[in-house]
Design a protein around this ligand. Sequence first.
Ligand code: PLP
Length: 388
Amino acid sequence: MVHKALAWIDRELAALAERDLLRQVRTHGGPQGTFIELHGRELINFGSNDYLSLAGDARLAAAAKSALDREGCGSGASPLLAGHSAALAQLEARLADFEGTQAAIVFPSGFAANMGTIAALVGPGDAIFSDALNHASIVDGCRLSRAEVHVYRHGDCQSLAEELKTAASFRRRLIVTDSLFSMDGDLAPLAGLAGLAEQHDAMLMVDEAHATGVFGTSGRGACELSGVEQRVAVRVGTLSKALGAAGGFVCGGRSLIDWLMNRARPYVFSTALPPPMAAAGTAALDLIAAEPERRVQLLRRAQWLRDQLASRGWQTGQSASQIVPIVVGGARRAMELSARLVDRGVWVPAIRPPSVPDAGSRLRISVCHGHDDAMLGALLAALDECPR
Ligand SMILES: *Cc1c(COP(=O)(O)O)cnc(C)c1O
């Protein structure tokens, strides 16, 4: 029954459907992997952030099960009260070790990590300088902080320098960016950003959500790849994408982490990440260290796919990673292409507003380690049958 006071929602939903913008979840069976069962059909899955194909890995499940037997399912409380389990403490220690920082703090999600961290670092009287294509969790954290937000053009240090002209008039300054942009697959100009941060006495915060486990010699992300880790004050990441588990984290100096434990509200007021998930995260970090070939092969496959797409006339923009967008313009066309690919056994989600502007509607291909040559070939063959 529709509650009378909520009748407006049905009208809004109908308006979204009218514009091809209505979104629906599709429930899939079985573990996350390179195949996905949707609408009762088995499709090759190019819609997952499970970049290293670890989410369904038996070794992560075994680590989670063992923690489950030792420490149970729920964590029962926020970390500061009674919820900081041995498994969570171990994960934080392992993260600091992996990232080469003094300390690390784990949040229930990457979204919570960004919201909580930004609002803990700046407030009224401060200024944030934010890339125009930053993730929603960064955008929301900026709004929540009540600092003055200056949005600079995507990936454009010139535009940031322009915005920074008034920076000295604020109490504190925060420059914040994704390292690998989730809808375009391009990398932030990290060295340039670090230089500007130093020049203007600003804190530089980099969100490695899509890059952790994928980029850098040790798999620490794009900051490692660019050699700027020591120049980035605050590094954020998630255990929910390439690492195949769940939970967001911040790594950095001891005092930064102590501050966040005291002031980041999603840490203070949300129930701690449960022990089984913490143990899975620790196991994933061990696997990333032990199996560097996963990320090497992944990036090689992604490069091959981008080359193939380009030679077939598909535009993949500035992508330099495992995230390969095909911008097709218009939500309807993106939806039609996605549906055609489903007919041919391939799942590639259509990305439309509000994730991207309407004219930037696209197919977003996520290449994962488990995609073999036959799967990539099937994707290309399916695309070959679609109008450009
Ligand atoms: C996915 C994502 C997050 C959120 O991480 P979750 O662990 O899924 O909450 C944060 N930042 C970026 C750039 C992301 O893509």
